[in-house]
Design a binder for this molecule. Structure first.
Ligand SMILES: [Fe+2]
Length: 366
């Protein structure tokens, strides 16, 4: 991609095609002290109040900058790299390729907590790892009750759910969710009945005296890519049929309809939902249902297979951060007679985490 000038017009050339850049588009981007607040990078003028017949009076192009004077007297010096950046709306996080993994994944990427951790380069590296693998484990996180709230709000902003701002994961009497028992939990995604589904889950281990209760993770991205390759009909139907997910307790009824494999506008992976205690397929044609049930059985078999699952024990001070739109999680059963197992959990949103990532990237010039 490159910028060219001709007859007081600015052109950009991309893969052999040359197009003029609208002069108003350039005028909107004037960036001197008079036009943009240097701290916030917000405009000090309202472009909707500018006259529309903006023209370029003077132009000059050097290796890194484009200088323009417009017919309303405004002058600006624009960095070429910033202009080129605007030809796509690709998010910096989307540039990070997902790494498919299965049970052979051995070296989990662990990051040690330390003072001022959230402003350090290691935090940036931890987030890159998170975007690659869908999870990351932080070690030596202070074992203080509710510390998870500080931790989560230092990376993103907490998303409150029907389980509260944060929740205690331990077995308790009369639980409103199987998470609060000592039973094993098969791989699942959380809260598929919510719209939007909570993005990132954090689990902080405060106490763990049991020999069981291992945490399990499965990469929904790896599994559904494999399903797409080996069982395209199953993949297709699971990405087409919107299923009703529901959660009911004494004070709330939550429902949402969504695909078990949700694709983005380009047909690529966006999100998996899997919680076979909470899903209700609509009453569609018998033949379609036949295919849907076979597909769900197959994907369930894959999600539950040893081939894709990693298991590990969370020790006090460990904090697991995982992508609830990509990964499935679960745990093995444990014996409450052996001692306590106590985790605290919460959810955070994607956008503020991405904001943190971009801030650190900018800060360390990465
Ligand atoms: Fe869960």
């Amino acid at each position: 991609m490159k910028i060219e000038l001709k007859n007081k017009k600015v052109f950009f050339e991309n893969q052999g095609s040359k197009k003029e850049i609208h002069p108003f588009w350039l005028r909107e981007r004037v960036n001197g002290d008079k036009f943009v607040d240097q701290k916030t990078q917000q405009r000090l003028f309202d472009p909707t109040q500018l006259k529309k017949n903006i023209e370029i009076n003077n132009l000059s192009l050097s290796k890194d900058f484009l200088e323009i004077t417009f017919n309303d007297g405004a002058y600006t010096k624009l960095a070429i790299k910033n202009i080129l950046k605007e030809f796509s709306n690709i998010n910096e996080v989307k540039y990070i390729d997902k790494i498919e993994w299965d049970s052979s994944l051995k070296d989990f990427n662990n990051f040690e907590f330390k003072d001022n951790f959230f402003e350090e380069k290691e935090m940036y590296e931890a987030l890159v790892t998170f975007y690659q693998y869908g999870f990351v484990v932080f070690k030596k996180v202070p074992i203080k009750d509710n510390f998870i709230v500080n931790f989560a709000n230092s990376i993103g902003s907490i998303r409150r759910t029907n389980f509260g701002e944060f929740f205690d994961v331990k077995s308790k009497p009369n639980p409103n969710d199987l998470a609060y028992t000592s039973l094993s939990l098969a791989p699942h995604t959380d809260n598929p009945y919510r719209n939007p589904v909570p993005c990132i889950q954090m689990l902080h281990c405060i106490e763990n005296k049991v020999s069981g209760g291992l945490s399990t993770l499965v990469d929904g991205f790896t599994v559904t890519q494999k399903l797409k390759k080996d069982f395209p009909d199953f993949y297709k139907i699971l990405s087409e049929i919107k299923v009703r997910f529901q959660f009911i307790d004494q004070s709330v009824v939550l429902e949402d309809w969504a695909e078990m494999i949700q694709l983005d506008e380009k047909g690529d992976f966006k999100q998996v939902r899997f919680s076979p205690r909470l899903d209700f397929v609509p009453l569609i044609d018998k033949e379609k249902l036949e295919l849907y049930y076979s597909a769900r059985e197959k994907v369930s078999e894959m999600y539950n297979s040893d081939k894709y699952r990693i298991e590990f024990k969370l020790s006090p001070g460990d904090l697991l951060m995982m992508d609830n739109h990509r990964l499935l999680h679960g745990r093995t059963s444990y014996d409450t007679n052996e001692g306590n197992r106590f985790l605290q959990g919460c959810y955070i949103d994607y956008d503020s985490t991405e904001g943190k990532f971009k801030h650190l990237k900018r800060k360390f010039n990465l």
